[in-house]
Design a protein around this ligand. Structure first.
Ligand code: NAD
Length: 366
């Protein structure tokens, strides 16, 4: 059989993430973007501009029915993902999916099971797993330079995605974004979660806690704390953030901070002291599409993040979030403050996690 050199992809969902994928897929010679499907007019218009060579459609079934399509990209929202994923597997396609793979955890586990039985390749964009800075930290920790791994501390706090800015099916920010850091802690620990306790705050008196801190243990005895909140100075004159990973061993430490432009790894081991600053590279979609294409062409996973890791992270993030609610997250602030923040963000051209407003408006009008 002739060996393929290029993969044909049909993309479903062309909002903020879909457009990032679109641009990276078009740049990579291993991909040919054949279809772009979106139910929204604004996104389809963007598709014709960004990918003039693609067939732009509003009916996803054309993609599943086309035998020439090798891979389906699932970049819409979590509520439409399960049906699309099952259709893709039934049609024998490989899948490149956004997280979470579904909007409820039972369905996510069923999907993990179906993927395992399908023999198809399915990658999920747990983007930290493609980050040079985490790989460098983990290599150092695993080399024994910090002694025995004991404590993992992670914070991801920005003036980011607000309630009412879309992503309803993905849940509150500790799930939508926080699942990434629940995954990172488990990856660093090299073990599964054992115990946890969480505290949240209902900032601006919003229904859901928009800041949550969880701490606990892994089965191997490593302890963790994870702090995630999109509550970090939204109305500050000059916005900033506080994002770090701080790992403590019995003998040394490994730490990381990033400002979304660059990341700095700072390693203090028993023999080596290393500091490196390099590009943060946003969501690392260039790396994901490249490693996934090479994996499909080679017939084996060459390093893409798996459905199982994403489902474990999603499951644990929901559990920790539910614990924060059960522990009585207090209300601080007023809904009018949230309105002020939303108004400011709508006027911003650059900012942390800004949505594509024309897509949010179109959604709200439906
Ligand atoms: N991995 C990450 O770091 C990361 C970051 C941001 C978002 N995400 C995930 O990516 C997904 C998309 O997020 P986004 O920010 O691009 O959202 P978005 O609202 O900007 O875009 C979603 C798009 O999907 C389209 N859509 C909705 N239902 C559809 C359907 N049934 N068929 C076709 N198109 C449909 C909408 O019209 C919209 O254009 C979400 O699930 C989110 O959790 C992941």
């Amino acid at each position: 059989m002739e060996r393929k050199e290029k993969l044909k992809i049909g993309v479903i969902g062309f909002g903020r993430m879909g457009q990032l994928y679109g641009k990276e897929l078009l740049k990579n010679p291993l991909w040919e973007v054949v279809y772009i499907c979106d139910t929204g007019v604004a996104a389809r218009k963007a598709a014709t501009e960004i990918a003039p060579g693609a067939i732009v459609i509003d009916n996803e079934d054309e993609i599943f029915a086309d035998p020439a399509i090798d891979v389906v990209g699932l970049f819409a929202l979590a509520d439409s993902r399960p049906a699309q994923l099952y259709k893709a597997l039934k049609a024998g396609k490989h899948v490149l999916a956004e997280k979470p793979v579904a909007d409820d955890i039972k369905t996510e586990w069923e999907i993990a099971d179906a993927v395992e039985k399908s023999g198809r390749m399915v990658a999920v964009n747990m983007f930290n797993r493609n980050a040079w800075y985490h790989k460098m930290m983990i290599d150092f920790i695993r080399s024994g330079e910090i002694g025995e791994l004991a404590i993992i501390r992670i914070a991801h706090m920005t003036p980011g995605h607000m309630p009412q800015e879309g992503h309803g099916p993905e849940g509150p920010c500790f799930h939508d974004c926080g699942m990434h850091y629940v995954d990172v802690a488990r990856w660093y620990a090299g073990s599964d979660y054992d115990t946890y306790h969480a505290q949240g705050v209902r900032m601006w008196s919003y229904t859901d806690p928009w800041w949550v801190q969880a701490h606990g243990t892994f089965r191997n005895g490593v302890v963790f704390d994870i702090t995630q909140g999109f509550v970090y100075g939204h109305m500050a004159q000059v916005q900033t953030h506080n994002c770090y990973v701080d790992v403590i061993g019995t003998k040394g430490i490994a730490r990381l901070k990033y400002d979304f432009k660059t990341a700095t790894v700072d390693l203090h081991g028993v023999h080596d002291t290393v500091t490196k600053t390099d590009d943060f590279n946003d969501k690392k979609i260039d790396i994901l599409v490249d490693v996934f294409a090479k994996s499909v062409l080679a017939g084996k996973n060459l390093g893409y993040p798996t459905v199982k890791d994403s489902v474990i992270a999603s499951d644990m993030a929901w559990k920790m979030f539910d614990d924060a609610v059960a522990n009585g997250a207090p209300c601080i602030g007023k809904p009018e403050e949230m309105d002020e923040i939303l108004a400011r963000r709508r006027a911003m051209k650059q900012g942390y996690g800004l949505p594509l407003w024309q897509i949010i408006d179109e959604y709200a009008a439906k």
